[in-house]
Design a binder for this molecule. Structure first.
Ligand SMILES: Nc1nc2c(ncn2[C@@H]2O[C@H](COP(=O)(O)OP(=O)(O)O)[C@@H](O)[C@H]2O)c(=O)[nH]1
Ligand SMILES: [Mg+2]
Length: 251
C-alpha cells in the first residue's frame, strides 16, 4: 500500500509487519495506529532508498545520467521525451523507462523513434518505486556516458517521496494547469531540480500569468532551474538540451 495516498502500490522492500500494541479489547489506540502508519511509511521509504542508492551506484559506475520526469497526467512528459530522444540519440546512448497504471502506449511512442523503452504498469499503484526501476534496468543495455529517462506515473503527490536513483527530478509543469499548482503541490515543486514549463505555444490562448507562476515557484523552490519550452514547436529545447549536457558531464 502507498502510505502517502493509501492506494494499492506494491512497495519496494517494505516490511509487511508493523509492531504496535493493541489494548485488551484488541482495538489499537488511535495514537498507536498513527505510530504504526508512520513506522510503515518510514520502513517503505527506507527500503526504497536502499534500492535507489544501489541503482545510483550502478549508474555512476557507467557514467549514466538518470532523470525522473514527474508531472500531473497530460502535461506533456511523453511528447517531451519523444522530442528529446530524437535529438539526443545520435550523440549519446539513451533509453527510457515508462511508468503508467495501464497500457504500453507511451513505450510504443518512444520505440517509434528507434530508442529502447521498457513499460512498467503499476496497476492500482500511483507512483514508480526503486524496485520497479531496478527490475526494468535488467531489460536495458548498459548506457555508458548515456542517459536514462524515467517517465513517472502522472501524479503530483506520491512520486515526490520516492527516490528512483535519479540524479534529479524534472518536473513538467504545463501552462494549461494554472499558476497556482506550485502552492497546491509544494512537495513536488520542492523535490524538483529542474522545472520545464511546457506548452508555452499555447500562452496566447490562455490567461496564464507567467510572473505570478514564477513567483509561486520561487516561494516553494528558490533554487530549481526553470526552462520555458514547447514540446510541440521545439521552442526552448536548446536550453533544455544544454541543461541535459551539463548534467551528463557531471554524471
Ligand atoms: N500545444 C501543445 N500540446 C502539447 C505539448 N506537449 C504535449 N502536448 C499535448 O498534450 C497532450 C498530453 O501529452 P503527453 O505527452 O501524452 O503527456 P503525459 O501524459 O504527461 O505524458 C497530448 O495531446 C500532446 O499532444 C506542447 O508543448 N504544446
Ligand atoms: Mg505519458
Amino acid at each position: 500500500m502507498c502510505t502517502i495516498c493509501g492506494c494499492e502500490s506494491a512497495p519496494a522492500h517494505a516490511h509487511d509487519h508493523v509492531q504496535g500494541h493493541t489494548h485488551e479489547h484488541g482495538h489499537a489506540h488511535e495514537g498507536d495506529m498513527r505510530t504504526r502508519v508512520l513506522q510503515l511509511e518510514h520502513d517503505i521509504l527506507a527500503g526504497n532508498n536502499h534500492v535507489a542508492d544501489h541503482i545510483r551506484e550502478h549508474l555512476a559506475a557507467h557514467h549514466t545520467l538518470a532523470l525522473n520526469l514527474v508531472s500531473s497526467p497530460g502535461s506533456g512528459k511523453t511528447s517531451l521525451l519523444v522530442e528529446t530522444v530524437r535529438r539526443l540519440k545520435a550523440r549519446r546512448p539513451v533509453a527510457v523507462i515508462e511508468g503508467d497504471q495501464q497500457t504500453s502506449f507511451d513505450a510504443e511512442r518512444i520505440r517509434a523513434t528507434g530508442v529502447q523503452a521498457v513499460q512498467i504498469n503499476t496497476g492500482k499503484g500511483c507512483h514508480l518505486d526503486a524496485r520497479m526501476v531496478h527490475d526494468a534496468l535488467h531489460h536495458l543495455p548498459a548506457l555508458d556516458h548515456g542517459v536514462l529517462l524515467i517517465e513517472n506515473v502522472g501524479n503530483l503527490v506520491c512520486p515526490a517521496a520516492f527516490d528512483l536513483g535519479e540524479r534529479a527530478k524534472v518536473l513538467v509543469f504545463s501552462v494549461t494547469e494554472g499558476e497556482d499548482k506550485p502552492l497546491k503541490y509544494p512537495d513536488m515543486f520542492q523535490a524538483a531540480g529542474l522545472i520545464l514549463l511546457n506548452k508555452c505555444d499555447l500562452l496566447p490562448h490562455l490567461r496564464f500569468d507567467m510572473d505570478k507562476a514564477m513567483g509561486f515557484i520561487r516561494q516553494v523552490n528558490p533554487d530549481a532551474a526553470v526552462i520555458a519550452l514547447s514540446a510541440t514547436t521545439g521552442d526552448g529545447f536548446e536550453d533544455w538540451m544544454g541543461w541535459l549536457e551539463q548534467q551528463c558531464t557531471a554524471a
